[in-house]
Design a binder for this molecule. Structure first.
Ligand SMILES: NC(=O)c1ccc[n+]([C@@H]2O[C@H](COP(=O)([O-])OP(=O)(O)OC[C@H]3O[C@@H](n4cnc5c(N)ncnc54)[C@H](OP(=O)(O)O)[C@@H]3O)[C@@H](O)[C@H]2O)c1
Length: 297
């Protein structure tokens, strides 16, 4: 099965390129090859590669910047996936796409299941929701995997920021009234690989390891895929700092969202329930165990 993977230099894309080895013939591209802001280029690359499956972790992820670049965020997060779906339809290909907990408004006291009504509070969330809807209405076989609070040892993320600030400062003032599930990029990639392996197993073998139409009918749809449990940014910070080997650790001071104003509004509780994914495909680790593994030397 020929797989076109976008965003190979992103947190999730980088891990996917490694976890998906052996599951098909992988063509991994980055922004220099396929700029998602250029829809003609998106079409051109898909027509050249002719994949059986497109996996799209590439996205405009600068949540605050999206407030002032909402058109660009919409092009990359909604119009580009819509174009991928359109081209996939012509090829008879499928699409796996990633989305976000920020499609929710965060007012729910417990975790969000897939059928909860979205109500994004910022431009990034609106663009990601529009991307989901474009794929859903395209009629192609697809999987949309919503994840949250992604971190890893590469790229720009909360873990890396805390690691740096913990060395530079005596005190870290961190928001303690927003809740979610920090999710290691590798967890997302490995779970995606398990999912694909399960879908390939027992599928009709036509021209390689193509996933049968029946399998797509059984599994296609929207899933939440995050680490288990939830915490606040402050709780996440405590756990990171506990595991850092530093001569002197900073004190961690909990603050409210209102004390750290940012351009984009964030949901207060964006914990997602991943039971549907776990029942269909594989178990997901709790956030603290995954963090320990990520930070293990
Ligand atoms: N990060 C999070 O906390 C988070 C939370 C929930 C959901 N998600 C979703 O999870 C998925 C993976 O996110 P991530 O954490 O891996 O994001 P990331 O580390 O920010 O990576 C995003 C990737 O998209 C690429 N990209 C951005 N604009 C592009 C363009 N115009 N053309 C081509 N590529 C472009 C980036 O390329 P460059 O390397 O060239 O910049 C980067 O490789 C996304 O769908 C995201 O919305 C992320």
């Amino acid at each position: 099965m020929k797989i076109l993977l976008t965003g190979r230099n992103g947190q999730v894309g980088y891990e996917l390129e490694r976890s998906l080895q052996g599951l098909g013939e992988l063509v991994a591209v980055d922004r220099s090859i396929m700029d998602l802001a250029n829809l003609d280029r998106v079409r051109e690359i898909i027509r050249q590669v002719r994949p059986a499956l497109i996996i799209n972790p590439a996205a405009y992820t600068a949540v605050d910047q999206a407030e002032s670049e909402s058109d660009l965020a919409m092009r990359i997060n909604a119009e580009a996936p819509a174009t991928m779906a359109e081209e996939a339809k012509k090829l008879g290909a499928a699409l796996i796409h990633y989305s976000t907990d920020y499609v929710f408004d965060g007012t729910k006291p417990d975790s969000y299941a897939e059928d909860a009504a979205p109500n994004p509070q910022n431009a990034y969330g609106r663009s990601k929701l529009a991307g989901e809807q474009a794929i859903q209405s395209s009629g192609i076989p697809h999987l949309i995997l919503r994840t949250s609070w992604v971190y890893g040892t590469r790229g720009k993320n909360f873990l890396r920021t805390v690691q740096r600030l913990a060395q530079e400062r005596d005190e870290l003032r961190i928001v303690s009234d927003q809740f979610g599930a920090p999710t290691w990029s590798r967890t997302i990639a490995e779970a995606t690989a398990h999912m694909l392996a399960k879908m390939q197993k027992g599928a009709d073998v036509r021209g390689g390891q193509c996933i049968a139409e029946k399998t797509w009918q059984d599994y296609a749809g929207l899933y939440h895929l995050t680490a288990q449990g939830k915490t606040s940014w402050c709780g996440f910070t405590r756990s990171i700092v506990e595991q850092l080997d530093l001569p002197r650790k900073p004190s961690i001071v909990p603050i409210n969202t209102s004390e750290y104003p940012l351009p984009a509004r964030r949901p207060q509780n964006s914990a997602l329930c991943s039971d549907k994914f776990m029942q269909a495909f594989c178990k997901l680790p709790d956030w603290e165990s995954a963090l320990r593994l990520c930070l293990a030397p």
